[in-house]
Write a protein that binds this ligand. Structure first.
Ligand code: ZN
Length: 367
């Protein structure tokens, strides 16, 4: 339990003052690295991924920047400031099944020879399906903070889930003051993290089962020898069951941020702390660039959307509308971003693509 003296909270281990907000559950002392629990009732072990050495991180950034033609910018002598930030996460696993039933209109293409030409039309077949879907197995990261998530924070979590980085108890990690200065306090407890994740897991499960209902109905129609061109769910019922949710211990993921001054501008690099992969490189954006992004946003929404509506095939048309939307969304975000353009590192691109699907990568290509 944290000691409380006249001036505020103090570290139990070394007596240094601690920054504690009403949301704080646990805070790591920035002087000695001791884990202080403000809410003793929620006390548990906290793990950390040990970061790479700072020199090594900066070396890897140099390498990445040279590949992007930015070797001159991210030089050591241009550094204005640099810091580790350790962000606390829970990783919440869920296993579940779902009972489902539904009725689907499956559209099929019929053709007939009339004299010397072929006449084709679409008919619909109503098909009922029911069954049990499972097992659903998935892992979702939840930031143990009240603040909103940004792209770089999400990218960090998905990088961790793909990596084999080992999480150590903080007492055993042997990290110094420079690291603990940037450790963020824990503001979300395990129960709350599990609730947040459960909601996301169940939405994912429903989405998967909804697709499964359509696919199954289409499979049945194909088995009847039909040529399937699409389908619509008329009604569905999805009931999750045997839901099991398990949250990890809080894990601190290190992120490394370095700011550089080059010419008249400031540049910022956000790196994955344990392997040095660039998550985001930022540079200042000029007014002319901003205008270009706005123009692109308007154009891509109008052009792609317009083509989509005019296209004969409903499916391709729909895809084009989505694509137009994604492209304009992307451009608009670039135009409205405060002062910076972002050059994404590979890891950030991968995690965003996973979230937004192919529309995003196509939009990127289109731009
Ligand atoms: Zn301390």
């Amino acid at each position: 339990m944290v000691a409380f003296s006249g001036e505020g909270f103090r570290c139990v281990n070394c007596g240094a003052p601690l920054e504690v907000s009403p949301d704080t559950i646990a805070v790591i002392c920035s002087y000695c690295g001791y884990l202080n629990w403000v809410r003793a009732d929620l006390k548990e072990e906290v793990l950390v991924i040990r970061p790479l050495d700072e020199r090594e991180l900066l070396k890897r950034l140099q390498g990445f920047a040279s590949g992007k033609g930015l070797a001159g910018v991210f030089k050591e002598e241009n550094i204005v400031n640099k810091a580790f930030i350790a962000i606390p996460y829970y990783f919440v696993d869920a296993v579940a099944e779902a009972d489902y039933s539904g009725r689907v209109a499956v559209y099929v293409r019929k053709c007939r020879r009339e004299k010397d030409r072929e006449v084709c039309w679409t008919e619909s077949r109503r098909i009922s399906v029911k069954g049990i879907y499972g097992p659903y197995e998935n892992r979702i990261p939840v930031v143990a903070r009240r603040s909103t998530e940004t792209v770089s924070i999400k990218a960090l979590a998905s990088k961790y889930m793909e990596s084999k980085a080992e999480a150590l108890p903080i007492e055993r990690a042997g990290l110094g003051k420079d690291f603990w200065k940037g450790a963020l306090s824990i503001e979300v407890d395990k129960e709350a993290a599990m609730d947040i994740a459960l909601n996301i897991h169940l939405n994912k499960l429903r989405e998967i089962v909804t697709n499964e209902i359509k696919r199954e109905a289409e499979r049945i129609a194909k088995r009847w020898g039909e040529t399937v061109v699409g389908s619509t769910i008329l009604w569905k019922r999805i009931t999750p069951k045997n839901v099991k949710v398990v949250a990890s211990k809080p894990i601190l993921l290190p992120m490394y941020i370095a700011s550089y001054r080059y010419g008249n501008g400031f540049y910022r690099a956000i790196l994955c702390g344990w392997d040095g992969d660039a998550i985001v490189l930022e540079k200042p954006m000029r007014a002319s660039e901003r205008a270009l992004w706005i123009a692109l946003a308007t154009l891509s929404a109008g052009l792609l959307g317009g083509v989509g509506i005019a296209t004969l095939s409903a499916y391709i048309g729909f895809l084009l509308i989505i694509l137009g939307f994604a492209a304009s969304w992307y451009c608009m975000r670039k135009a409205l971003a405060p002062v910076k353009a972002k050059i994404f590192g590979t890891s950030a691109i991968e995690s965003m693509e996973k979230e937004l699907g192919k529309a995003f990568s196509l939009a990127r290509w289109w731009i």
